[in-house]
Write a protein that binds this ligand. Structure first.
Ligand SMILES: C[S@@+](CC[C@H](N)C(=O)[O-])C[C@H]1O[C@@H](n2cnc3c(N)ncnc32)[C@H](O)[C@@H]1O
Length: 265
């Protein structure tokens, strides 16, 4: 399902919505005329919304309650932070090659990393830029640690120099399972916009590209039950271990120990 238009709810939302519509080359409509999936402006909040439902835009929610709880609970408990070795704040350079709403990127940057976020979908990439601009108003130093790039991850990684960053993080969309998961509305809307197009082959290719660019490791988030892409099957030599989170698994492909990283402070 593609985003059909940029919609506005109150008169005060019309001008920013118009700017966004021009930028994304999408039609501008008033909310009652919206059809299907739209990018909705409502009282300066911007996000995805389905016509016919409540006019509540769904966005990345950077720094919201659940993200802050993850940040402030012992980071030793957070599987993503452990997989990226950010239990203690470290100035690591991370490429988050499948950005989505950028919630993981926000968490990584809040834990000390500098994060380049790559997202191929133009509407989602626009939302990431918007979240970053809002963050700039709240905490400039944090926003400055996050860069957004609209690009396909494979193209972006191919253009990077070998070993140009410390870690590449990959969180491709999980396949839809037969048993309906209690997915949040946020991930369901993201799935609707981006559609699942992955195959194991292309994921393996992306993983190999990522391993070429990462000095230390690649972290791949996967559903708990799916088979591991074995390190032996990859073209780049690496070690492997896995961390299991509450609903997903973080497969860590290691190249070099992080203890000897020059970018640690
Ligand atoms: C599961 S979401 C990522 C969620 C993200 N980690 C977060 O915290 O919000 C997957 C995202 O990766 C993007 N994506 C998938 N394949 C990509 C690729 N080859 N290049 C760039 N982005 C990609 C999709 O468009 C989607 O927005």
């Amino acid at each position: 399902m593609t985003v059909t238009a940029v919609a506005w709810y109150r008169n005060s939302d019309r001008t920013p919505a118009l700017h966004c519509a021009c930028r994304l080359s999408l039609p501008l409509v008033e909310w009652p005329q919206a059809k299907g999936l739209v990018l909705l402006f409502n009282q300066h909040r911007v996000g995805l919304a389905l016509a016919g439902q409540r006019p509540q835009p769904v966005h990345g929610g950077w720094g919201d309650g659940p993200l802050r709880r993850r940040l402030h609970q012992s980071s030793r408990k957070d599987a993503l932070l452990r997989a990226c070795s950010l239990e203690r704040k470290r100035r690591l350079n991370i490429v988050d090659a499948t950005g989505g709403f950028g919630r993981d990127a926000w968490l990584l940057a809040s834990s000390g990393a500098r994060v380049k976020v790559v997202e191929r979908n133009p509407v989602v990439a626009w939302l990431l830029q918007h979240s970053r601009a809002e963050e700039y108003g709240r905490c400039r130093s944090l926003a400055e640690c996050i860069e957004i790039h609209q690009a396909d991850a494979a193209v972006f990684l191919r253009q990077m120099e070998e070993e140009a960053c410390d870690i590449v993080y990959l969180d491709p969309m999980f396949p839809v399972r037969r048993k309906k998961l209690k997915n949040s509305q946020r991930i369901e809307l993201l799935r609707a916009v981006t559609r699942f197009e992955g195959s194991n082959d292309s994921l393996q290719g992306l993983l190999e590209l990522a391993l070429r660019c990462a000095r230390h490791r690649v972290v791949l988030k996967r559903p708990r039950g799916v088979a591991v892409i074995s390190a032996d099957s990859l073209k780049v030599r690496c070690g492997f271990y896995s961390l299991t989170g509450s609903s997903s698994r973080f497969d860590v492909y290691t190249r070099r120990s992080l203890k000897r990283s020059s970018s640690l402070e």
